[in-house]
Write a protein that binds this ligand. Structure first.
Ligand code: FES
Ligand SMILES: [Fe+2]
Length: 381
């Protein structure tokens, strides 16, 4: 963060805390319950967002050397991403061009070639069809025409985007727009993946994103965990095109907020929550980064797949470092998995009860307003 922005935001947060308030929108926001439970709405999200937008699916650090690969399941589409000899990434549909078998079952690893388990067609890391057993059975099959089907993939600022699945390359810089320099500033490209995990949740995917976009709940739901360190007020939300950034002050900022800007070191006292459209949250935590994605899981709007990464600033090679990141991993999963998601499951249930046809986002929850506005805008476009 440049000094001028740090000063401006530091002043704004200090003023909000002094006034015992948080950033407010002009009016509250009514959000239809149907957006979380309606199958047709999910189908529209799938068709108009998840199949047509680039999606954060990995960290660059997962692909260190040539042949490093990962498979990613994206709501019915299995993709294979591989680091190429020239340093670039390529991605393919993980679908054999012979009879359609999934070519790679492993979640990740390093391989020079990929052999289909069914009849052993062999593909190179570049997707080219290299070998066909009993090739004479296929006459003059054109190998170039039977390479793995490519998918658009791009890396920026330490993150990997896949898609749009329906094709058509996307200019990620243009897609990120004003968020690009903000993400670049986080230094994810210099980090290393300490831990990755994924799990299925009985929640609409948007509830996962909603969890990160307001502080109103922090002193209540998280009274015994992160609520001890993070303020429940003083939050600042800024829109960056279709993306956004939510800054949450740590309680430690109260002790220094009245000092001159050079001395209060504002960025030491915040958590930076970056919403990357449509379904990723990148959390900057001073000494490390965590990022989350939530994807629909099939036709059921009540299910999603959640993925989470902890990025340490460098490779973890010593025991004290390992303990430190392990502790961070526990705090992160503990808070979200033991407090946020169990609560959110009750929301998902309650949405089906017929108790109400909308929920209300307060003036003090600007991040939620903007997230759902961004979905509306893009889906209307
Ligand atoms: S389906 Fe892959 S080799 Fe036959
Ligand atoms: Fe929370």
């Amino acid at each position: 963060m440049d000094a001028q922005t740090e000063r401006r935001l530091g002043d704004e947060v200090a003023a909000l805390l002094a006034a015992d308030t948080t950033m407010m929108t002009e009016r509250e926001y009514r959000q239809p319950v149907a957006h979380y439970i309606d199958r047709d709405h999910l189908k529209r999200e799938r068709d108009e967002l998840f199949r047509r937008q680039p999606l954060v699916v990995a960290a660059s650090a997962e692909f260190e050397k040539t042949g490093d690969f990962r498979t990613v399941e994206l709501d019915g589409v299995s993709a294979l991403i591989v680091r190429q000899a020239d340093g670039s990434l390529k991605a393919f549909h993980n679908v054999c061009r012979h009879r359609g078998t999934r070519v790679v079952d492993e979640a990740g690893g390093c391989k020079p070639t990929f052999t289909c388990k069914f009849h052993a067609w062999v593909y190179g890391a570049d997707g080219a069809l290299r070998h066909v057993p009993a090739a004479n059975a296929f006459g003059d099959i054109d190998r170039a025409d039977h390479a793995l089907t490519p998918l658009p993939v791009a890396e920026r600022h330490g993150l990997v985007w896949l898609g749009p699945i329906l094709g058509g390359a996307v200019d990620i810089d243009a897609f990120l727009g004003p968020l690009a320099p903000v993400l670049a500033d986080l230094g994810i490209d210099k980090g290393s993946v300490f831990r990755f995990d994924q799990f299925k949740e009985e929640l609409n995917w948007k509830l996962v994103v909603d969890t990160f976009l307001e502080l109103y709940h922090v002193p209540h739901l998280h009274a015994k965990t992160v609520g001890r360190f993070i303020e429940g007020r003083g939050g600042i939300y800024e829109r960056f095109g279709r993306h956004g950034r939510f800054l949450a002050p740590r309680k430690s900022y109260n002790a220094v907020r009245d000092l001159p800007p050079e001395e209060r070191k504002f960025t030491d006292h915040i958590v930076g929550i970056h919403r990357v459209f449509p379904n990723a949250i990148v959390v900057w935590q001073r000494d490390h980064v965590e990022f989350w994605t939530a994807l629909p899981d099939g036709e059921d709007p009540n299910r999603c797949v959640v993925r989470v990464w902890l990025i340490s600033p460098e490779k973890t090679e010593t025991d004290p470092d390992r303990l430190r990141w392990e502790k961070n991993w526990k705090i992160l999963l503990g808070t979200v998995m033991s407090e946020d998601f169990p609560m959110a499951r009750t929301i998902q249930q309650g949405f089906h009860s017929g108790a109400q046809n909308h929920v209300v986002f307060g003036r003090n929850e600007p991040g939620l307003h903007d997230f759902h506005d961004s979905l509306r805008r893009e889906m209307a476009a």
